[in-house]
Every structure is written in C-alpha cells, then in structure tokens.
Design a protein around this ligand. Sequence first.
Ligand SMILES: *Cc1c(COP(=O)(O)O)cnc(C)c1O
Length: 393
Amino acid sequence: MKNIVDNIEVRAREELFININPIQPGGRLTTEAMKAIIAYGDGYSTCDWCKKPFRLDKIQRPPIDEFHTELAKFLGMDQVRVVPGARRGFQAVVNSLVEKGDAVIVSSLAHYTEFLAVEAAGGMVKEVPLNKNNIVTAENTTQKIEEVKKETGALPKLIMIDHFDYMLGNEHDVHGIAKVSKDYNIPFLCNGAYSIGVMPVNGKEIGADFLVGSGHKSFASPAPSGILATTEKWADKVFRTTRMVGDSTKRKFGIKEVEMMGCTLMGANLIAMMASFPTVQERVKHWDEEVKKGNYFAEEFLKIEGNKILSEMPRKHTLTKVDTTESFDKIARTHKRRGFFFSDELKERRIVGEFVGATRAWKLNTYGLTWDQVKYLAQALQDIAKKYGINMT
Ligand SMILES: *Cc1c(COP(=O)(O)O)cnc(C)c1O
C-alpha cells in the first residue's frame, strides 16, 4: 500500500532510511505514542471524563492531572502546562510580561519563534552577542542589559536564552545567565526546545523562572505539542484566570486560563505525549551515550580532507553544523548534478535528511541512531569522499 488516500503517500522514512534530519529525531514517536494517536484521534476525545471545574489539566481519566504533576517534578519546576509547541510557551510568557516598547534580551542565535513572540506583544528584541566560541555567556548578557538600560532608560522585561541553539547545537551558559537575571531582578526563560526530553534538565538547578520545551522537537510527541513550566512565583501571572464578565448575560468562565485559551493541547497530541513520557524519563538517563555517538561521528567526519565542524568541539549535543565547502562542494562545482550529487550518493546508501542540494554548510543530527547506524553513516561519507578522490587524513 503506497497511499492513504489518492494523493497522500504513506510516510516510511524512519522505517526505510537512516534519517539525519536536524530537527526530526527527538520527536520520533514511540510505539506507545502511535497507539495513543489511533485511540484518541477523535477531536474532543480527552473530554470523555471531563467534569467540574472543566479544565484540561484537571482531567483524571486518562490521568492528565497526574501527568502535569509528574512533568513538573521531572523538570524541577512547580507548575506546568502543555501547549501547542514551544512557540506557544514563549507567547504565553511574553504576552504576560511584555508591553509595547519593552525590551527583551535574546540570544544572537535565537529561534525565529522567539522573535515573533516578542513582535506579537509589541516588544523589541535585543540580541546578546556571541563570544569567540559562539557561546552566549553571562558576561555578554550583563553587558547587553547595561546597554539597553543606557539606551532606553529601562531594564529589559525578560531574558529569553536557548539552552542549546538550533543553528550550531552549542550549549549556552544558562546557569550563569540565571544568576545575572537574579542580580537584575529580570525573569529568565530558558528555552529547552533542543534539550527537554532528550537530556536531564532541571529548572530549579538552572535557576530559571520559565522552562519551555517542544514535544515534537525533543519529547517523542506529535506536532504540535510543547511544555511551559514555571515556579509558584510566576504561575499566578502567566496562568492567570479569566476575569471577563459578559455585559448583558453576566456570564463568567472562572477557572479558564487566559493565555491558555482555556484548554490548550487537547486530544491525541496530549495523550501521545503522556504515552511517551515513561520512555522519555528513561532515555534522558542515556544522553551521555548519544553524545558519545555524536562525537564518534564528528571525529570520523573530520578524517575527510577539507571537512570542518562549525559547532563547538567536543560536541555536547547530537545536532551538529558541518562545513563541506572544501570537500564535497568542490565536487559539486563541476558535477552535472551540482549539489544534488551528494544527496544522490547518500540516498543510494539509504541515508536521508540532509538539506537536499546543500554541500557547503549544513546540519545533521545523530540522535537515536544505534552504534551500527552511526558507524555506517560515517563510513558512507568516507566512501563517497573516496569515490570522488577526496583524501583521508
Ligand atoms: C524548534 C525550536 C523552537 C520551536 O519549537 P516549536 O515546538 O516548534 O514551537 C524554538 N526554539 C528553538 C531553539 C528550537 O530549536
């Protein structure tokens, strides 16, 4: 069977290929999540046993309320809500704290959704420059805050920094930045889109006021899904309940949370997250092994003459940006298929997920590959290099 209906093909990349796509592997579903999607796929399926006070995170069957409690514990935070993607987590926080004209400190490697969250609230982003190793440090964050203070006469309303960024997969000094945020009394949102669900992350230990995660990026969950966690100090503000009263009917909707639009992540997506949770809790304990595989790949990759790694070394994450301008791109310049020659060669070896046609700077992610698959991947790249006369060092 090739098609689900006429023009929708069956997707079997994960079954048929080694997928090195930079954004996909952490969101690959568990078998349990797949079962949950089938069983809870109907629209308002989670509402079967919803009763007073009628809010998603209070539902006991299936145990959605318990999941919220356990998830908060897992992240070392006091309260958590599920949201449709990390971006909706940023949005809820920024919308609650930032007013027109306010400054928000972000990283020079910030994700576009952080920009959009600030833009939607009428704020302005102020980017912390990177140090020479492409890391966002506490020192540079302090300097940026001082600059903003001088320039605008006010302190920024929020600091929003990525734990690991999406461009290089580098680890940034979120612990140090949390201390800076306390010194200035500015709340700190730690963006764990690339960390929560693949490695141990503890918000209290970091000193974050908000922790945001992505279900489909790193939590073995379908899209959209995400996590917003916070401390008791901020919960009342970000999870404030409605106070609106209908002018003629006098209706009120008491317990519904404004930023969550009442109920957030309904149905199959949430139940799939819950179904993946036991696996996620276990897999974060084996992050070291994933990093080891990533570093093994990096070392083998660098044996190909001209290859460079643009991310920090040794790798602390499985997402890595590489540069093959002086190796595979040299071949592409004269090949009749141009950059596509490289994708062709990979595809022939049953490897997909690289940016098709790219032979200069591109990203890959080895998360979740077995040792055999990582070794095969490294070998495949070396074989392609040899085939085109590129030297090994
Ligand atoms: C993927 C990503 C996001 C967006 O996550 P969604 O869950 O898709 O909203 C935000 N920040 C970073 C650093 C990311 O890598």
